[in-house]
Write a protein that binds this ligand. Structure first.
Ligand code: 8BR
Ligand code: 8BR
Ligand code: GLC
Length: 457
């Protein structure tokens, strides 16, 4: 059998056997509802004509900062389609929110890094999770899977953990409208080079990183129930509003570090450069960080590494030497102990510790990602096994060759500048159902999978 197929099979068995060792994972901060609409050419064209084609097309050249009108919404969708690139903007105007609501959706799905990871870790892997849900409406509660998924509440001065479905109360719904399009989607003279989505978020809580009282007042108690933490949701903050949430997060990280609880930051594209810089300053408090090529390039930019940033975006598949150099720069600058990079076709992890379990956790994550791409959701651990049938991406052969030549990599593991570099070629689903949330699936499976294997040693 092909070496990678063998490694895939054994990694899956090992992670599956050990994932139950994890006592609990804290997930904070962003949870929302994703209303997914699969775009149709005729429908979109008619809407653009009606809203005013000329004005709409202007926004397809340059994204607005936020959405305050229907032409801005439709133009931003076109911006994504034209480039095959993801983008996410806050929708401020009520009339545009109402327009999106009437336009409708094909599917309601759990959204936000926290929500997606909660359903995967708690609902599929059976790992207990405590989740931060800024607003828990009945609609939001209904999207949580069964399983050891908990939200904290305070009753008679006591902290109580309940499944979101048992939460008494009905708060607001934070809805993100996800407009998905396939590779080759044609509209007017444009054709999308790859599948992707545009997100318009009608959400007044996650965008400003609203943090619930239970998490402000009882964080110590909450943290004492977990082994690991994953944080995300800092991406929509701006230079005007980041200060207060950052202070709270810094406090949370202090508590986690005092208790020796490794915290992972799931990076997401952060358009505001000031906020990106502040995240960089916060990274030394994290054990681990997860990101893709666009996100790594955006960090290299604020670190003054423009040349590296350009190299990261120049080739497909992404040049692994540029990635490794960028990861080394980031690790040395911040002291973060683990950097997990994912891109279309392969993942890399740079760690200041060694062991095959790092690579094995990446392999497990790639199976979960293929399942998520194929079905839009990971329904059960059995579906993760099914992904074993998806072929390993042949296009990354040269990537593996380059790593072997440059760093003497063998079996996906090399030693680089006193760090371990782990590599895996991923399985790519030819016709994915949707693209949203695959990154979260990859990062959480790898981080928690790695810990499960490590503690079993
Ligand atoms: P991928 O689809 O390959 O991930 O790259 C598309 C990238 O577009 C996203 O990763 C993200 O970096 C970027 N993006 C997002 Br999301 N929002 C954006 C925005 N408001 N402006 C410009 N780029 C954005
Ligand atoms: P981000 O949204 O954070 O960029 O994560 C997306 C990741 O999903 C990519 O890095 C890639 O590894 C993975 N992915 C994509 Br996009 N399409 C996939 C597919 N069809 N099959 C498997 N993985 C995919
Ligand atoms: C962002 C979006 C959310 C989506 C998630 C997927 O957090 O706001 O709607 O579910 O990304 O990664």
């Amino acid at each position: 059998m092909h070496m990678w197929e063998r490694l895939y099979a054994s990694a899956f068995e090992k992670v599956k056997a050990n994932i139950g060792n994890v006592r609990g994972v804290l997930l904070a901060y962003n949870t929302n509802i994703d209303a997914i609409k699969y775009l149709r050419k005729d429908d979109l064209e008619t809407r653009i004509e009606r809203a005013g084609k000329e004005e709409t097309l202007r926004y397809s050249d340059e994204l607005p900062e936020k959405i305050t009108s229907v032409p801005q919404l439709l133009g931003s969708i076109l911006w994504s389609v034209k480039r095959g690139k993801a983008s996410e903007l806050f929708v401020e105007s009520c009339s545009t929110r109402f327009y999106m609501k009437r336009w409708g959706w094909d599917e309601l799905r759990m959204g936000g890094q926290v929500g997606i990871m909660a359903n995967l870790l708690g609902g599929v892997y059976g790992v207990p999770v405590i989740v931060h849900v800024p607003q828990l409406s009945r609609l939001q509660a209904g999207l949580f899977k069964e399983g050891p998924i908990y939200v904290p509440g305070v009753e008679d001065g006591k902290l109580r953990l309940v499944h979101p479905g048992d939460f008494k109360g009905d708060e607001e719904s934070c809805i993100h409208y996800i407009y998905e399009f396939p590779r080759g989607f044609r509209i007017f003279d444009f054709e999308s080079p790859r599948e992707n989505r545009f997100i318009g978020s009608a959400d007044d809580y996650n965008a400003t990183l609203f943090i619930r009282d239970e998490f402000r007042e009882r964080f110590d108690e909450i943290a004492s129930k977990v082994d690991l933490a994953i944080m995300s949701g800092l991406q929509a903050l701006t230079r005007e509003n980041y200060r207060e949430p950052f202070e709270t997060i810094r406090g949370h990280l202090e508590v986690l570090n005092e208790k020796n609880i490794p915290a992972h930051l799931e990076f997401a594209f952060t358009p505001d450069e000031t906020v990106r810089n502040e995240i960089l300053k916060l990274l030394p408090e994290f054990w681990s960080v997860g990101l893709n090529e666009v996100e790594l390039a955006s960090i290299m930019e604020v670190m003054g590494e423009k040349g590296l940033a350009e190299k990261l975006l120049a080739k497909d598949p992404v040049d692994p030497i540029a990635v490794t150099e960028a990861m080394l720069r980031l690790a040395k600058e911040t002291g973060v102990r683990r950097i997990h990079f994912h891109t279309y076709g392969y993942y890399l992890a740079l760690t200041d510790y060694r062991g095959e379990f790092v690579r094995d956790a990446l392999l497990f994550a790639a199976l979960a990602a293929a399942s998520k791409a194929k079905l839009g959701d990971v329904p059960s651990i059995n579906e993760v096994v099914q992904a074993m049938g998806v072929p390993v991406n042949e296009k990354v052969k040269p990537v593996e060759g380059t790593l072997a030549e440059e760093y003497g990599m063998r079996g996906g593991i090399a030693e680089v500048d006193n760090y371990q570099l782990a590599f895996v070629p991923t399985k790519i689903v030819a016709k994915p159902k949707s693209t949203v949330g695959i990154g979260d699936t990859i990062s959480s499976s790898a981080f928690v999978g790695e810990f499960a294997l490590e503690v079993s040693f």
